[in-house]
Design a binder for this molecule. Structure first.
Ligand code: SF4
Length: 403
């Protein structure tokens, strides 16, 4: 069962792993982690292991360097002072701290730089900086999480907290290209956890949740997507965090391949990608050739099966014309049979089978339909469904990507 998040408490951390070994022993009952680490686990459990357990450092990607500088510029813009920084001062800060070295070519570097400049210009156009009432910037928080007998610490940094006319606004800046749907913002776990940490700091504000906005500011688009949370949603999100910690403790840290792999610094050691970076000369078998043959055989099989479908159609039409159900040639004969599929009245079947104790046996959960249905369910329900699944059987399939 999910635990409770306490208001305050002592801080626990991983024990020192002086051996430098990466092992499950690092995952002892008490954990000190951050929201972004938990988010990494959701993205890919293996990436979480590389970064949080094995502590393998990777150079920052150009996207991370860009994001850090934009966040730094936003901090400068809103740092309270007698006079707010002007657009020129913000742009000056951005260009003085620009790191061109992380980009591979000049065109890419120039394009990223002008994208940053446009973001800042657009930000000034859409916001009256002097009118924003800042409560805190890059606000660090720690939440103590209680899971049965165990305690864990989850930390994070909230980009900005504003005092609004009648309440507060919690803002997280994003530099991503893709805008999420409003539905996603309404159920965003990060925002819920930020609000939860805010309520620990200002518990009385829990009575005015309708006056607290949580927002994601997409700087590339100049769009701020805002939402609200009920106390129930905040509590649910705390339970989800406890749940997630439980999942990490049980995890086998399997790789989860996705579009985000393009931005992962662990490709060279990840079983999903490392073969791409191998020393080709040192291989015992000519895997290049084997793969080439596999790919071409696969496409031959595919085109043969397409042709099989066409031939079947021609033969079917011939049989209809000749009014026969079996055809003969020197190579062999082909017999056409009618295959019927039936639909049953579920209630009637139940009436017959239940008294005989056989009803449960014929009920089988259809994984494909379940996946379709769960796609539109709330996140909590999806998590519960996830907990209800166990591996039935495992098999490996080989997916071919050409080129
Ligand atoms: S490359 Fe992809 S699959 Fe491998 S660790 Fe990184 S995110 Fe996970």
């Amino acid at each position: 069962m999910a635990g409770v998040i306490k208001y305050q408490g002592s801080i626990f951390s991983f024990p020192d792993d002086s051996s430098g070994n990466s092992s499950r022993s690092n995952l002892i009952s008490t954990m000190k982690t951050s929201y972004s680490a938990l988010d990494t686990f959701l993205t890919c459990p293996l990436k979480y292991k590389f970064s949080q357990i094995d502590r393998i450092k990777t150079p920052k990607s150009k996207e991370q360097v860009f994001g850090t500088l934009i966040h730094g510029t936003m901090k400068l813009i809103h740092t309270p002072g007698i006079i707010s920084p002007t657009l020129e001062q913000a742009l000056d800060f951005f260009s003085k701290n620009w790191n061109a070295e992380v980009f591979t070519d000049e065109i890419e570097e120039r394009s990223a730089f002008s994208q940053g400049v446009s973001m800042i210009q657009d930000y000034y156009k859409k916001n009256d900086i002097s009118k924003i009432n800042i409560v805190d910037l890059e606000s660090y928080f720690q939440i103590e999480v209680e899971e049965g007998e165990e305690n864990h610490i989850v930390s994070g940094i909230i980009d900005r907290i504003d005092k609004t006319e009648d309440g507060y606004e919690i803002i997280d800046y994003k530099t991503a290209k893709k805008l999420p749907s409003q539905e996603k913002v309404d159920s965003d776990l990060q925002l819920s956890i930020y609000l939860s940490s805010f309520l620990r700091r200002y518990p009385k504000e829990a009575e005015h949740l309708d006056k607290i906005k949580v927002s994601l500011y997409y700087l590339k688009h100049g769009v701020k997507l805002s939402s609200e949370r009920s106390l129930e949603q905040v509590k649910k999100s705390e339970e989800l965090i406890v749940d997630l910690i439980g999942q990490i403790k049980q995890s086998k840290f399997e790789p989860k391949i996705s579009g985000l792999c393009d931005w992962c610094g662990y490709q060279k050691i990840c079983p999903m990608w490392k073969h791409k970076f191998r020393e080709k000369d040192s291989e015992e078998i000519d895997i290049e050739k084997i793969i080439e043959e596999f790919v071409s055989t696969r496409s031959e099989v595919k085109s043969k099966s397409d042709r099989l479908g066409e031939l079947q159609e021609i033969i079917g039409k011939y049989m209809d014309q000749k009014n026969v159900e079996q055809v003969f040639a020197d190579a062999g004969s082909i017999l056409r049979t009618l295959r019927k599929t039936y639909r049953y009245d579920a209630e009637k079947l139940r009436e017959i089978l239940e008294p005989l104790g056989k009803w449960e046996e014929i009920l089988k959960v259809d994984g494909i339909t379940l996946r379709k249905v769960s796609g539109v369910l709330p996140i909590e329900a999806r998590r519960e469904i996830d907990k209800a699944k166990t591996i039935d059987k495992e098999s490996k399939s080989y997916i071919v990507k050409k080129g």
